[in-house]
Design a protein around this ligand. Structure first.
Ligand code: GLC
Length: 545
C-alpha cells in the first residue's frame, strides 16, 4: 500500500481539493520497448506518482484508434489499443493505482468517433436517408451538383468541417460533419441510440473502478438540428453551448451518483463567457470543469488577480470547487509560454519561431506552480510540468503528427511540442523512456539530461523537488483544504493571500524584490530569498502561528 491510501476513507469529497496528474500515455513511459508509452509503463511508474503526492490521474484516451488525433478518434470505447496494452492492463492500472492511493479518471470522447468506428463504417456503406446515417450528420451538399458543403461552419482545427462521401457506385454523395479532423465524424446527439450508448460507456468504466470521467469537447455535442449557417451574434451558436447539453449532463450525474465513492464528471468546457461556463457546474450537473481562463492569462498581476477573483466568485454560488490549470496536452508548455514577450495562451496566435527566454519562463513557471497549488480547489498537472519541461519547438517537420499542424497547411506548429516523451534517467535520449537503442515515437531533445527524473530527484533545488515539497505541504495543511481565501494587502504587482489563519502565499510579479509580510516560518520558496526579500518572479509559502 502506498503512502496516500490512508487518506481515502476520511476524505470522501476528494475531488474538491485533489491534485490531479494528467498522463498522456503515449509519452509517459514505454513498458514494452516499442517506442510508444503504454499502460505497462504507467503501472511501472505508479510509485513515482505516489511519491510525487498526487491524488488522482487523468489518463488521455487509451482506446483502439487509428491515432488520427492522438487517440481522440475512438474506434471502440470499451477496449484498449494494442499500442497501449489490453483492457486487462487498464483494469489492473485502475486497481494498482488505487492501492497507491491514486484514483483514475478516464477520458471519454462523446462528440465524435473515429471514421473506423463500426457505426461510421456501416453509415458509409448504407444509403442516404438510412437509419445508419442518422447516428451522424449526413447532408446533401449545396450548389447545382451538391459540390459545396452544407453550411459555412469552420472546423475547430481550421478549414471546412464537412467531407464529401462517395456512394457505393463511386459517384459523389452526401457530406458528413466533423468539427475536428476528417477522421472524426460527429455523432448526432438528437438520436436516442447515441445517448444510450454513452450511458452504457459511462457505466462500463465506472463498473471497472474509474473514479471519474473527463468529458472531451463537452460543450460541442449538441447541434442546431437545422445545421444553419453561423450567424455570429444573431442566433444562438449552432454547435457550442446549446441548452440541451445540460439535460444530458444531468442524466450523467445521476449515473455517477448511483456509484459509491464519489465518481466525478470533469468537463472540458472552452467558453469565452465565464457565466455560461459555470452553468455546467450546477449542483446536478458536472462536478468540475477545467479553468481554461487561468491557463490563458498572461503572467501579469492584475490579469491573474482578476481571474482568481472571477473564478472564485463564479464557482461559489454553484457550490463547485474551482480548478487551476496551467497546461495540458493541447497547449504550449508553461516554461516556454512564460518566457515570451506575450505570455498569454491563444490557439490562434501560435506560430513557429517565437523568441523565448527559457530561464525566465522557468522562474515564472516555478512561481506559478506555488500559486496554483495554493489556491482553493482542485489543481491539474500535466505530465512533465513537475520537471519544468519546455515546449519542444524544433521537432523535425516530417515527424509532426498533430492534425492541427497538418490541417493548417504547415503554419500552425500544432501540439506535438508538448507531447514529447518524458525523460526519466540517463544522459541521452531516450532517457529511460524506452530501453536504450529504441527511438521514441517523437524525438526528445539532446539537452534533457539535467531534466530527467533521476537527475532532478538528486537535486533539492530542482523543479521536481519543488513540486514534491509543495504537494506534501498542501496535503498536510488544513488551511489549504476548503474554500477559505482572503487577499492580503501588498505592494503593487504582488499577489498575496491567506488560506485560513496560518497559511499565506505571496507571488512577486512586480519589477523589484519585495519584503515578505509578517510570518513565523517560510515553508517553501520558488527561488532563494534574499534575507526577507522575495525576488522578482518568485513565490513563497509562509506559516504564521
Ligand atoms: C479536445 C482534446 C484534444 C482533441 C479534441 C478533439 O480538445 O483535448 O486533444 O484534439 O478534443 O477530440
Amino acid at each position: 500500500m502506498g503512502q496516500n491510501s490512508s487518506r481515502q476513507p476520511e476524505h470522501p469529497a476528494w475531488w474538491r481539493d485533489a491534485a490531479i496528474y494528467q498522463v498522456y500515455p503515449r509519452s509517459f513511459a514505454d513498458g514494452n520497448g516499442d517506442g510508444t508509452g503504454d499502460l505497462a509503463g504507467v503501472r511501472s511508474r505508479l510509485p513515482y506518482l505516489a511519491e510525487l503526492g498526487v491524488d488522482a490521474i487523468w489518463v488521455n484516451p487509451w482506446y483502439p484508434s487509428p491515432m488520427a488525433d492522438g487517440g481522440y478518434d475512438v474506434a471502440d470505447y470499451r477496449d484498449v489499443d494494442p499500442l497501449f496494452g489490453t483492457l486487462e492492463d487498464a483494469e489492473n492500472l485502475i486497481t494498482e493505482a488505487l492501492a497507491h492511493g491514486i484514483r483514475t479518471i478516464v477520458d471519454i470522447v462523446p462528440n465524435h468517433v473515429s471514421a473506423e468506428h463500426p457505426w461510421f463504417r456501416r453509415a458509409l456503406a448504407a444509403a442516404p436517408g438510412s437509419p445508419e446515417r442518422e447516428l451522424f450528420h449526413f447532408r446533401p451538399g449545396r450548389g447545382p451538383d451538391g459540390e459545396l458543403p452544407p453550411n459555412d461552419w469552420e472546423s475547430e482545427f481550421g478549414g471546412c468541417p464537412w467531407t464529401r462521401t462517395a456512394d457505393p457506385d463511386g459517384t459523389p454523395g452526401e457530406w458528413y460533419l466533423h468539427l475536428f479532423a476528417t477522421q472524426q465524424p460527429d455523432l448526432n446527439w438528437a438520436h436516442p441510440q447515441v445517448r444510450s450508448e454513452h450511458v452504457s460507456i459511462l457505466r462500463f468504466w465506472f463498473d471497472r473502478g474509474a473514479a471519474g470521467v473527463r468529458i472531451d469537447s463537452a460543450a460541442l455535442l449538441v447541434k442546431d438540428p437545422e445545421l444553419p449557417d453561423f450567424r455570429k451574434g444573431v442566433d444562438p451558436h449552432p454547435f457550442t453551448d446549446r441548452e440541451e447539453l445540460h439535460e444530458i449532463y444531468r442524466s450523467w450525474r445521476r449515473i455517477a451518483d448511483s456509484y459509491p465513492g464519489e465518481r466525478i464528471l470533469v468537463g472540458e468546457v472552452w467558453l469565452p463567457d465565464a457565466e455560461r461556463f459555470t452553468r455546467y457546474l450546477r449542483r446536478d450537473e458536472l462536478h468540475t470543469a477545467f479553468n481554461f481562463d487561468f491557463l490563458a492569462r498572461p503572467w501579469e498581476p492584475e490579469a491573474l488577480r482578476e481571474c482568481i477573483d472571477s473564478t472564485l466568485a463564479l464557482h461559489a454560488p454553484a457550490g463547485a470547487p474551482a480548478t487551476w490549470v496551467l497546461c495540458n496536452h493541447d497547449v504550449t508548455r508553461t516554461v516556454t509560454r512564460y518566457g515570451r514577450r506575450d505570455t498569454r495562451f491563444d490557439f490562434a496566435a501560435k506560430v513557429f519561431g517565437t523568441p523565448t527566454d527559457v530561464a525566465l519562463g522557468l522562474r515564472r513557471a516555478r512561481a506559478a506552480a506555488l500559486l496554483s497549488l495554493a489556491l482553493p480547489g482542485a489543481v491539474y498537472l500535466f505530465q512533465g510540468e513537475e520537471l519544468g519541461l519546455p515546449e519542444v519547438e524544433d521537432l523535425p517537420i516530417d515527424r509532426l503528427q498533430d492534425p492541427m499542424h497538418l490541417r493548417s497547411g504547415g503554419t500552425d506548429p500544432g501540439r506535438d511540442g508538448c507531447r514529447v516523451p518524458l525523460p526519466w534517467s540517463g544522459p541521452l535520449p531516450p532517457y529511460g523512456f524506452s530501453p536504450a537503442g529504441t527511438e521514441p515515437w517523437l524525438p526528445q531533445p539532446e539537452g534533457w539530461a539535467a531534466l530527467t527524473v533521476e537527475a532532478q530527484s538528486a537535486d533539492p533545488e530542482s523543479v521536481l523537488s519543488l513540486y514534491r515539497a509543495a504537494l506534501r505541504i498542501r496535503r498536510g495543511s488544513p488551511g489549504l483544504r476548503g474554500d477559505k481565501f482572503e487577499w492580503l494587502p501588498g505592494d503593487r504587482g504582488v499577489l498575496a493571500f491567506r488560506r485560513g489563519a496560518e497559511f499565506a502565499c505571496v507571488v512577486n510579479l512586480s519589477p523589484a524584490p519585495v519584503v515578505l509580510p509578517a510570518h513565523d516560518t517560510v515553508l517553501l520558496t520558488s527561488r532563494p530569498l534574499d534575507g526577507n526579500l522575495l525576488p522578482v518572479d518568485a513565490a513563497a509559502w509562509l506559516r504564521s502561528r
